[in-house]
Design a protein around this ligand. Structure first.
Ligand SMILES: NC(=O)c1ccc[n+]([C@@H]2O[C@H](COP(=O)([O-])OP(=O)(O)OC[C@H]3O[C@@H](n4cnc5c(N)ncnc54)[C@H](O)[C@@H]3O)[C@@H](O)[C@H]2O)c1
Length: 259
């Protein structure tokens, strides 16, 4: 699918880290962008930054990706801005939990549910609403739209303390092929990126020594990934018509250990 100026992309988690980099890359390519996130302060700052270079082509919509009504409104905002043909879904949260906590108590069911709700249910909710909208598009370059989801290498090699996050991310990996098959007759593609360690606000809160040791654990290149490298992959997926139903590891060959 050739990215064109009359198109609109919706980017969730779009005001920070991987989502923000994707939103900016799509703006650079001339698309209109709806950035969906819960963080209003960062949303306002991004609208300001974007306005200087791209006029009013970026709109911020506050919405919880797991909420049906709020996401339906976000999709409607994307349809208002132009032909909604591209989804980059980055919203996600982590959070520690063990099956049996150090004090012997069972891991919290509420915490597990909360993390799975945002990461997995939020992905299904966003994808179903985006796909239903794209299915109403006319066909351009043999397709009606393309969707990029975000898993994690934790979906393959979840570390101790990551059980809700790892199981949600594995769910997104599991969803990818069936979603692509499901949407094939609608001419909509779905791929997932499974990032390794990326330099985003999540990691910037860690002490420098921890960041350096994480960076050194990446075989090659021995550094944290740059958000622009995620965006480059997301845009390639949107543009390459043969990429479908696949999860692409973007990780410098890292394989996470148990802790
Ligand atoms: N940074 C990494 O190393 C890394 C590695 C693997 C996977 N990932 C995944 O990449 C995605 C982006 O991560 P990031 O590093 O850019 O993180 P980030 O914290 O910088 O950005 C995530 C954004 O999602 C938003 N968000 C959280 N819950 C939301 C909800 N319910 N509804 C709407 N927005 C919500 C947050 O407000 C935030 O702006 C996440 O899914 C994350 O799990 C990141």
């Amino acid at each position: 699918m050739q990215l064109q100026e009359n198109m609109t992309a919706l980017v969730t988690g779009g005001v920070s880290g991987l989502g923000e980099a994707s939103a900016l890359a799509l703006l650079e390519r001339g698309l209109n962008v709806v950035a969906v996130d819960l963080n209003e302060a960062r949303g306002a700052a991004l609208v300001d930054t974007a306005r200087q270079r791209h006029g009013s082509r970026l709109r911020f919509v506050k919405a919880d990706v797991a909420d049906a009504g709020q996401m339906a409104a976000a999709i409607a905002a994307a349809e208002d801005l132009g032909e909604f043909r591209a989804l980059v879904h980055c919203a996600g949260v982590g959070g520690p939990l063990r099956l049996v906590e150090k004090d012997g108590s069972p891991g919290s069911l509420d915490r597990y549910t909360d993390i799975v709700r945002v990461n997995l249910i939020g992905t299904f909710n966003t994808l179903r609403l985006a796909a239903a909208s794209m299915a109403r598009n006319g066909i351009v370059d043999g397709e009606r739209g393309a969707c990029v989801l975000t898993a994690s290498v934790a979906g393959y090699e979840g570390q101790i303390g990551q059980i809700p996050y790892a199981s949600a991310k594995a769910g997104i990996i599991g969803m990818t092929l069936v979603a692509a098959r499901d949407l094939a007759t609608k001419m909509i593609r779905v791929c997932t990126i499974a990032p390794g360690l990326f330099d985003t606000p999540i990691l910037s809160r860690l002490p420098d020594s921890v960041r350096q040791s994480l960076a050194a654990s990446v075989p090659h290149p021995p550094r944290l990934g740059r958000p622009a490298e995620y965006a480059m992959t997301a845009l390639h997926i949107l543009e390459n018509p043969m990429l479908n139903g696949e999860t692409i590891r973007l990780d410098g060959a890292i394989r996470m250990g148990p802790r």
